[in-house]
Design a protein around this ligand. Structure first.
Ligand code: HEC
Length: 112
């Protein structure tokens, strides 16, 4: 009897662990793996032209709600645009740029 109870608990635990693992796998949009602090990057570097963390246009366009594709954004950050925006290709890894794209896609009007 004692043996069976233990078995039941063990299988319940296994099912729980399995569903946690399944949930982790089906999460749609994983946060990029990068140590880059994008918010800080915007206050120190990008914010010179992309104001308010990218929420407003300055010397550069507003980035929040951009209609540009990921490829376009990646390319602009890497290569810049002569006379408009410096190239940052040497500064960031692909994962860093993923983190920047993730940040831009999740910008909200103002924090509060
Ligand atoms: C010296 C000013 C300047 C700085 C600094 C700057 N940008 Fe830009 N950025 C611009 C300008 C100007 C454009 C528009 C270029 C064009 O005419 O297509 C732009 C365009 C972009 C675009 C494409 C947006 C669109 O709708 O065309 C992205 C994304 C972007 N910048 C991200 C960044 C990031 C990230 C940084 C910091 C790492 C940064 N920028 C730093 C001036 C700047």
């Amino acid at each position: 009897m004692k043996f069976r109870v233990t078995r039941v608990i063990a299988s319940a635990l296994a099912v729980t662990l399995w569903s946690v693992a399944a949930m982790a796998q089906t999460r749609e949009e994983p946060e990029p793996r990068s140590n880059l602090n994008v918010e800080e990057l915007f206050s120190s570097t990008c914010g010179f032209c992309h104001i308010d963390g990218g929420r407003e246009a300055g010397r550069g366009p507003q980035l929040m709600d951009t209609k540009r594709s990921d490829d376009f954004i990646r390319n602009r950050i890497k290569n810049g645009k002569p006379g408009a925006m410096p190239a940052f290709g040497a500064s960031f890894s692909d994962e860093d740029i993923n983190a920047i794209i993730y940040y831009i896609r999740h910008l909200k009007p103002e924090k509060g």
